[in-house]
Design a protein around this ligand. Structure first.
Ligand code: GLC
Length: 543
């Protein structure tokens, strides 16, 4: 299948806005800061060359969950800037060929949103039914056994009206009642507000939570042991608190609204913990639904050639034919890759191999700010924790601050992120891991990313070609072929921290080295006897 939409083969760069670039010295990243960094992302010779940015929520918010608790869907939080700044960002991005994707938080609002204020004002408030209110259980206590993703019960008692309200996340994030058609209409209007401002797509936050069991039945207990960092949410099997099949109807409507002006828009859904067959259903059967869903299977894979290959291929094999796959290695909720695969100190070398994998397999690639530099998890002293998850569960779970530390632009005291005190500490490794230093080092990870991105853009086989795995004769080597017409590339990725010999059953004695994670490697090789250095990835041109 040839790509039909811009997002099918796009590189989409996630910007955690609080941490990207501060412009006014308050220690928090903002829109003017981001605008000043657009050339880094695309439009100039030495730009990274990404196709789109996904901005984490920038709406007015009391920031209990740092923007994922929205108090007004149709404005910008003053800490991030103004609507005028936003328009300027869209114009500046579009002028550089960068699409703009917004985060859309549909499951819940902030408890300070006017809708919830009205809803909680009284049992007979016209907006009471915009949220999920229930009487206490017959003997007292919460109406059912549902748990919050972040720990504790999913219900909070409201003294004034004598009922509980539902929150799948923090008590400051009450769940909207999507079964109420007025709520759906209000959410559709939010989509319209932003598409009129030129937005090219949406990332649908925790979207599977919007559809619950109509009778709010108890969830059954889960089997198996709790992971050590668990918030307790895994104690139950989440049968009834999310993913009611009615969700497909609602998301199909949402997609239609997003494109009602005739412009195709990307809709990517965040759904954790589903088998690829179940994720595939979110793309719609008779009507378009999501344009894509994050493939989190790669992000959660152990460091193993077979596991990575299976995570990529099983996900892709389940998708409807018109939907292109994608790869995600990092985001604002997950430990950074360099730290995740660093038990023996080789995380940085693994990041080079991961970069080659991310940008050579078929489909879209998500890139999280700083991933291209090799940023690792920050070390956050307890007293500087910001994330409510970390504050509640420290030290078993230190929350998500480590992957949200300021972007490392320079080796200077605050890494060029702010002239003030950064909201989260800058990682001390920014003396070495930063844009300025890495830009001057042809052997840096940033240089490799720039090279990979450029070649991907310029090489049809890599961008839009077919994908086929090929046996490498070593279980530590994940190898695949990308082909477009007569252009054929072989990508061989050695996951072992030792040398491996790959042997490919191919015609021809010599193949040119197109690119290697080992910069010094050039010339040509015999694909029947290919020696790969520890954690080396190499692209061969078989033309
Ligand atoms: C999603 C977001 C996460 C947020 C949660 C609640 O999982 O990625 O950061 O805390 O939803 O909105």
């Amino acid at each position: 299948m040839r790509p039909r939409n811009w997002w099918d083969t796009a590189v989409i760069y996630e910007i955690y806005l609080r941490s990207f670039q501060d412009s006014n010295g308050d220690g928090v990243g903002d829109l003017p800061g981001l605008i000043s960094r657009l050339d880094y992302l695309n439009g100039q010779d030495d730009s990274l060359g990404v196709d789109a940015v996904w901005l984490t929520p920038l709406y007015p918010s009391p920031m209990f969950d740092f923007g994922y608790d929205i108090a007004d869907y149709e404005s910008i939080d003053p800490v991030f800037g103004t609507l005028q700044d936003f328009d300027e960002l869209v114009a500046g991005a579009h002028a550089r060929g960068i699409k703009v994707v917004m985060d859309f938080v549909a499951n819940h609002t902030s408890h300070l949103h006017a809708w919830f204020q009205e809803s909680r004002a009284g049992r007979h408030s016209p907006r009471r039914d915009w949220y999920v209110w229930r009487d206490p259980a017959p003997g007292g206590g919460p109406p059912n056994n549902w748990l919050s993703v972040f720990g504790g019960p999913a219900w909070t008692f409201d003294e004034a009206t004598g009922q509980y309200y539902l929150h799948s996340f923090l008590p400051q994030q009450p769940d909207l009642n999507w079964r109420n058609p007025e709520v759906r209409e209000a959410m559709f209007d939010v989509i319209r507000f932003w598409t009129r401002r030129g937005v090219d797509g949406f990332r649908l936050d925790a979207i599977d939570h919007i559809a619950k069991d109509e009778r709010l039945r108890d969830n059954p207990a889960a089997e198996g042991e709790l992971p050590p960092e668990s918030t307790g949410y895994e104690l139950l099997e989440h049968l009834y608190d999310r993913r009611h099949p009615i969700i497909h109807e609602w998301l199909q409507e949402l997609r239609a609204v997003a494109e009602e002006d005739g412009t195709p828009r990307m809709m990517v859904s965040e759904i954790y913990g589903l088998e690829p067959e179940a994720v595939a259903l979110f793309h719609g059967i008779d009507r378009p639904e999501m344009s894509m869903s994050f493939n989190f299977d790669v992000l959660q894979a152990p460091w193993d050639a077979g596991a990575f290959r299976a995570a990529i291929e099983t996900f892709a094999a389940n998708l409807p034919p018109r939907i292109w796959p994608n790869v995600v290695l990092n985001n604002h909720d997950q430990s950074r890759l360099v730290s995740r695969y660093d038990w023996d100190g080789l995380g940085e070398a693994r990041a080079r191999l991961a970069a080659m994998l991310l940008l050579t397999v078929r489909g879209a690639a998500f890139l999280y700010y700083g991933e291209e530099l090799g940023m690792r998890n920050g070390i956050i002293p307890r007293e500087r924790l910001q994330d409510p998850v970390g504050i509640r569960h420290w030290p078993l779970n230190s929350g998500r601050d480590p992957e949200r530390t300021p972007m490392q632009w320079t080796a200077g005291p605050t890494a060029g992120f702010t002239s003030g005190c950064p909201w989260l500490p800058v990682n001390p490794d920014h003396d070495r891991i930063n844009v300025a230093t890495e830009s001057n080092d042809p052997g840096s990870l940033l240089a490799l990313y720039r090279d990979l991105l450029r070649r991907r853009r310029e090489t049809p086989a890599l961008l839009t070609g077919t994908y086929e795995a090929i046996d490498a004769g070593s279980e530590d080597v994940y190898a695949h072929l990308r082909q477009d017409g007569t252009q054929r590339l072989l990508i061989a990725l050695n996951f072992a921290p030792e040398e491996r010999h790959a042997s490919f059953d191919l015609d021809g004695e010599r193949a040119a080295i197109f690119l290697s994670t080992r910069r010094a490697r050039a010339g040509s090789v015999n694909p029947r006897h290919l020696a790969l250095a520890p954690l080396e990835g190499t692209i061969l041109s078989l033309e």
